[in-house]
Design a protein around this ligand. Structure first.
Ligand code: SF4
Length: 184
């Protein structure tokens, strides 16, 4: 039996972290940012019968300063990587990254020098979504999973430490090309 059951009705117990997580997960605004074919699935998720508005996420923002979710929809070329990083740096804190599709997550079938072999070498990724292309239902499922993650995220310095550690681990990991021996 919890303490809540001994209290008269009308009382709600929580922590500041839980309240902040609840508010944050329900107020995500994605940046308008599509790179390749996966972006078509992202656009259909944002419109039509998939109704991303039920999560309050329908206003895809044209300015990164008004966005806190980057959906990397498509392969990232080496030339595009610094631009992607600049957009990420300009986004409002706290911010999250969803790698949509196999190309964004690992380079996918584009195992060559022109494509970044995983966008986690450029920005810290919070959630990976497999598939080529992932259907809108899969993107919605990943967004719901991300919501759960956001709801449990630590606040303040703890969050900054977690982001810095994830970024450092991603940037120092070998590229898929370097670790190809493991895949043979
Ligand atoms: S995962 Fe498939 S659909 Fe998505 S960008 Fe790559 S090739 Fe296109």
């Amino acid at each position: 039996m919890g303490l809540e059951e001994k209290l008269p009705s009308g009382f709600l117990l929580s922590t500041v972290e839980e309240v902040a997580g609840y508010a944050r997960k329900g107020s995500l605004w994605p940046a308008s940012f599509g790179l390749a074919c996966c972006a078509i699935e992202m656009m259909s998720t944002a419109s039509g019968r998939y109704d991303i508005a039920r999560f309050g996420m329908e206003p895809f923002r044209g300015s990164p300063r008004q966005a806190d979710l980057m959906i990397v929809a498509g392969r990232v070329s080496q030339k595009m990587a610094p631009v992607l990083r600049q957009i990420y740096d300009q986004m409002a804190e706290p911010k999250w990254v969803l790698a949509m599709g196999v190309c964004a997550s690992s380079g996918g079938m584009f195992n060559n020098y022109a494509i970044v072999q995983g966008v986690d070498h450029v920005v810290p990724v919070d959630i990976y979504l497999p598939g080529c292309p992932p259907r809108p239902e899969m993107l919605l499922n990943a967004i719901i999973a991300l919501h759960e993650k956001i709801a449990k995220m630590p606040l303040g310095a703890n969050r900054e430490d977690a982001v810095a550690a994830a970024e450092q681990a991603a940037l120092s990991s070998p590229t898929l090309m370097e670790s190809r021996g493991l895949l043979r």
